[in-house]
Write a protein that binds this ligand. Structure first.
Ligand code: GLN
Length: 224
């Protein structure tokens, strides 16, 4: 059984990021996995899951989510035991050590990755393309924060758009993949969805070709 937990969807779910759970569940199901999908509201303890999903959100809900995750404590334990977290935008920011919200207040993050987020010079809104080991991730970004990584590696290099800082996007750390890209990013990028599944299961997946591949190629051609 592959267990997928979408964390605090009422606080972190802008731009359809909840669709990441649907894409993962579908692509796991067609490979023969039994899948359990859980939505975890604020105030509920985190279940033991194989994949945890954090989406984008506004500054206020983002702070609530960070506080709840820190006091819960499960996420770090589960990552230590082999689970994987996919974090998008606000989700990425709150996994870092600190993040700055509107008004200049610095909030404490979860500290799962070596990252700090500060208000950027301007809000970054638009389509983006990230290059990851010779492949591309397409998506849409909308954020006021710039993220600076310490020791952790980024997910990839910015080809179009802004990402963390105009040069790189996201994070690729043990047990954690993060990006600024909404979409939902796993629905737009089937290969990235499979990468998350392979990390979660520890198994290579059979190829699965669907209309999502055609849509991915068309979007990529339009953006490059
Ligand atoms: N509130 C954060 C920012 O503006 C994240 C926004 C988002 O998740 N789209 O930087």
């Amino acid at each position: 059984m592959l267990s997928i937990a979408t964390l605090y969807p009422e606080a972190l779910g802008t731009y359809g990021d909840g669709g990441n759970a649907l894409a993962l569940a579908h692509r796991a199901h067609v490979r023969g996995y039994r899948v359990e999908s859980l939505a975890v509201p604020l105030g509920s303890p985190l279940p033991d899951a194989d994949v945890y999903l954090l989406g984008g959100g506004e500054d206020g809900p983002q702070r609530q989510a960070a506080d709840a995750l820190r006091s819960d404590g499960t996420l770090a334990t589960r990552v230590g035991n082999g689970a994987i977290v996919l974090a998008v935008c606000a989700g990425l920011q709150i996994l870092g050590r600190t993040f700055e919200v509107a008004g200049g207040r610095i909030a404490a993050g979860v500290g799962l990755i070596d990252a700090e987020t500060r208000r950027g010079a301007e809000r970054r809104v638009g389509n983006a393309v990230i290059k990851v080991d010779g492949r591309y991730v397409v998506g849409f970004e909308n954020h006021g924060g710039d993220t600076h990584l310490g020791g952790d590696a980024p997910l990839g290099a910015v080809v179009r758009g802004y990402g963390n800082n105009g040069a790189v996007d996201g994070v690729n750390a043990p047990g954690v993949l993060g990006t600024y890209l909404h979409g939902p990013v796993l629905a737009l990028n089937p290969w990235l969805c499979d990468l998350v599944l392979e990390r979660a299961t520890g198994e290579a997946l059979e190829p699965y070709v669907s209309v999502a591949d055609d849509l991915y190629q068309a979007r990529l051609a339009a953006l490059l």
